[in-house]
Ligand binder design. Structure first.
Ligand SMILES: Cc1ncc(COP(=O)(O)O)c(C=O)c1O
Length: 341
């Protein structure tokens, strides 16, 4: 029997219906702006998030990096959370591609509140880097898929505006937050100058993210996308997958969240859930191994038929997704009980 793969929600394969949409897609040259489905996807996501314009890009990493490059100058500073994707998993991109320094701040469950910014913004003095941008992550991946509370975002945005700072949202899993909270996507996006949404995570497309913002910002990002090598040609076949995902794979995220909750309950009962179960809010479950033996546990899970992701010496992550069904849930619970019980 094949392994159950809970390493990430990026491991999904396009469904037969999504593949059909890709197969049937008409295409044009998107570098000339002539791919109708790319244009449709960009405006669909921009409309959904209440922004003027959108830009289709190959990955969430490129989307975040374009947002930083387009809203800063070399020598500026970007504030983000210590466990954010931008700080940990994007290869030092902000230094390499934008010449900016990151100012990471550690926050409980990845949630930066207004209080975290007290005394953090650099004075306007030649000794200092200029603080230019605040980047938040919703849901927060490494914190375990935590949903950013909207009132906290509102407070941070108000503060940012009072300091003339721009706001970027790494919304790789924003739709998970939307489904978990019941809020409109634009309720979150309204507080940010730029938002990145991934189609290749919970939404199940094979590739792609859309970056949105006002037209001037997207125009700048478009130029940098070309410079970063992200101008693609007949990609209507990919945009078709993204459009299909928006039509068919948003509401079903509730199922992933339910599966994650059931797994979290099992891990809690076995004594291995990292946080209180209230923090399992979307599709990510964090397990805690106080002895620091996560590599060994990863091997044990694999031998039992389950692929997991090692976050660090003490944490293992399970992520539910489109290709994880009820039968696999039952098998996973059995494996967890066998390995951890
Ligand atoms: C929160 C977050 N942002 C950005 C990314 C980057 O996306 P990609 O793998 O498409 O570059 C990820 C990937 O898992 C992520 O979890």
């Amino acid at each position: 029997m094949s392994h159950i793969d809970l390493r990430s929600d990026t491991v999904t394969s396009p469904t037969p219906a999504m593949r059909r949409a890709m197969y049937e897609a008409e295409v044009g040259d998107d570098v000339y702006g002539e791919d109708r489905l790319v244009n449709e996807l960009q405006s669909r996501v921009a409309d959904m998030l209440g922004k003027e314009a959108g830009l289709y890009v190959p990955s969430g990493t490129m989307s975040n990096q374009l947002a930083i490059r387009s809203q800063t100058q070399p020598g500026d500073e970007v504030i983000c959370e210590y466990n954010s994707h931008i700080f940990n998993y994007e290869g030092g991109g902000p230094a390499l591609l934008s010449g900016v320094q990151l100012h990471p701040i550690l926050a409980d469950h990845g949630i930066l509140t207004k209080q975290h910014f007290s005394g953090v913004i650099r004075p306007k003095d030649h000794h200092y880097a200029q603080t230019r941008l605040i980047a938040l992550e919703n849901t927060h991946n490494r914190a375990g898929g935590v949903v950013y509370p909207l009132p906290v975002i509102e407070e941070v945005a108000e503060f940012a505006s009072s300091q003339n700072l721009r706001m970027h949202l790494d919304g790789a899993r924003l739709m998970n937050a939307v489904i978990a909270s019941g809020l409109d996507p634009s309720a979150y996006a309204d507080h940010f100058n730029s938002v990145s949404l991934c189609l290749s995570k919970g939404l199940g497309a094979p590739v792609g993210s859309v970056l949105v913002g006002d037209s001037e910002f997207i125009d700048r990002a478009h130029r940098f996308r070309k410079i970063f090598g992200g101008g693609m040609r007949q990609i209507g076949i990919l945009a078709a997958a993204g459009l299909y995902a928006l039509d068919h794979h948003i509401e079903r995220l509730a199922e992933d969240h339910h599966h994650a909750k059931v797994l979290a309950e099992t891990c809690r009962d076995l004594g291995y859930l990292e946080n209180d179960i209230a923090w399992t809010q979307t599709n990510i479950v964090l397990l805690r191994f106080p002895e620091g033996n996560t590599q060994q546990m990863e091997h044990q899970f694999k031998a039992a038929g389950l692929l997991v992701s090692v976050v660090n010496d003490h944490s293992i992550r399970l992520v539910t997704h489109l290709d994880f069904d009820k039968a696999q849930l039952v098998r996973t619970i059995e494996i967890l009980k066998r390995v951890l019980g």
